[in-house]
Design a protein around this ligand. Structure first.
Ligand code: GUN
Length: 291
């Protein structure tokens, strides 16, 4: 193996430490306690784990955590009423509605009902527009975490060729805007891209966010490239025993690590950065709310 392993777990712990210091200062100097409300509709097991972790880490950083767990059959109207209450609650500085929502609820309508200034996920159409036009926005947490890892590794990103594989609203599109803002030459590739291998081979920075286990092999990677693997895919692992599974990314780690200059592992790469950035966004929202 030649690549350096980018330790997102350690980096995220450093960010959480800085957030906790900032929270303490806000409390000691201004009597403020940043508050994050997380809304979960339904019983999706993966979402339950995320929401539990968010609540735990919010409290560990010294912030107030408000959890709202609603049954899967909650009506859109009731969910919108809850959002309206959270928008009006002074103790709540950030609101996150865990996605995906059940099919009978219009996701865009719910997200756009969140007060832009409390939209710590950065999914509200106004925050999307602010980011796209290079203005002060709340930025989606996973791509923000990827950007922090890239800047830490590479310093200035200006002029580098960046390829983002995946065009989701949560990761691919905001990632492309962030890289563009840092003056990269950005290509967004996706499932219809012709000769994806050749496109990936151009990348000094390769961000994989497609949700397909180990789809990108080492021979698609430019020697020395920095590879950020956003994928979290659970696959069968019969070698660990019957019925066992393991987590893998969208990149085939073993072969990619032979070629890349640096690579994030799964788990322990991008994953921990997402919640750390959520906490940071909540503090940002709190500071902006109080001038
Ligand atoms: N579901 C998967 N990722 C995310 C995320 O970053 N935010 C929200 N709200 N839901 C998600």
């Amino acid at each position: 193996m030649s690549a350096d392993i980018i330790d997102g777990k350690a980096f995220a712990a450093t960010i959480r430490g800085k957030v906790a210091d900032h929270v303490k200062a806000l409390h000691d100097e201004h009597g403020l306690v940043p508050g994050l409300a997380v809304v979960l509709v339904g019983e999706d097991p993966a979402s339950q784990v995320y929401v539990r972790n968010k609540g735990k880490q919010t409290e560990e950083a010294g912030m107030a955590s408000f959890e709202h767990r609603l049954p899967a059959e909650t009506s859109e109207e009731d969910l919108l009423a809850l959002i309206a209450r959270l928008n009006a609650a002074p103790a709540v500085h950030g609101i996150l509605v865990q996605l995906p929502l059940p099919d009978h609820i219009d996701e865009a309508k719910v997200i756009n009902a969140i007060d832009v200034a409390k939209d710590v996920d950065g999914f509200h159409i106004s925050n999307v527009g602010l980011l796209a036009t290079g203005q002060k926005a709340l930025v989606p947490c996973t791509p923000l975490g990827c950007l922090m890892l890239l800047r830490d590794r590479l310093g200035a990103l200006s002029g580098l060729d960046a390829v983002v594989v995946g065009r989701s609203n949560i990761v691919g599109k905001p990632m492309a805007h962030l890289l563009l803002r840092d003056s990269c030459t950005v290509t967004v590739a996706h499932s219809r891209t012709r000769d994806l291998a050749q496109v990936c081979r151009r990348a000094d920075i390769l961000v994989a966010a497609v949700g397909r286990p180990e789809m990108i092999p080492g021979d698609w990677i430019k020697p020395g490239a920095t590879v950020i693997d956003v994928g979290i895919n659970r696959i069968p692992a019969p070698e660990r025993g019957e019925g066992k599974t393991r987590l893998v990314g969208d990149v085939h780690f073993e072969s990619a690590a032979q070629v890349a200059g640096a690579i994030t592992p799964v788990p322990g790469g991008v994953g921990p950065m997402t919640i750390a950035c959520l906490l940071a966004n909540t503090v940002t929202a709190c500071c902006r709310a109080h001038g």
